[in-house]
Design a protein around this ligand. Sequence first.
Ligand code: C5P
Length: 226
Amino acid sequence: ALPRDLEGLRVVVSAGGTREPLDPVRYLGNRSSGKQGYALARVAAQRGAEVTLVAAHTVALPDPAGARLVPVSTAEELRAAMHRAAERADVVVMAAAVADFRPDQLAAHKIKKRDGEPDPTITLARNPDILAELVAGRRAGQTIVGFAAETGDERGGVLDHARTKFKRKGSDLLVVNAVGQGRAFEVEDNAGWLLSANGDERPVPLGSKAQLAAAMWDAVVRFRRS
Ligand code: C5P
């Protein structure tokens, strides 16, 4: 049986990948399936937490039993939903792949190809860093977890990059995923490292996304007790 060590905690988890519209039919998106975020929500509910899952364009996934689902599309919608849920959350987990940029203009009509005219150029505007905003607005006692998808391996500097990102983001915990070469995205398993602001660093062996979720909640519980 799973421990009920999240009983009494309100947690909010973001999952999936945002879509940034270009025109009424097109968008910029990413490869996130939402499976890791769903696993985090499901495991948290099983361990007794009250869970809100803010989900952006995941693949079709079974409803995580016991979680309140808030569907969103764009980074701006995800941002609003996270700020709202974070107001009363004890733990905030940003597992969603948020687009760093959006098209700076949303065309009112479908962009057409026209003979004799130059091809269109897309200019991008930067989206806000939601995790950084949540850290800046953190309430007393609130634990904030970020995710970092890094290419390469341990010797290739993944951990060094991740440690630098961890300091910059200011979250309490960072889950580092090794991605690329068929890892993490659109697959069933995941591996990486867990970095904690109390200095604890540990590898997460390759396993299911539910196993990584359990390891992350263990780290949250350890951090909150430290
Ligand atoms: O900087 P990078 O995108 O690698 O950081 C990843 C972490 O930051 C994830 O937790 C992701 O959900 C979050 N993020 C965010 N807002 C953005 C970009 C990333 O909250 N605009």
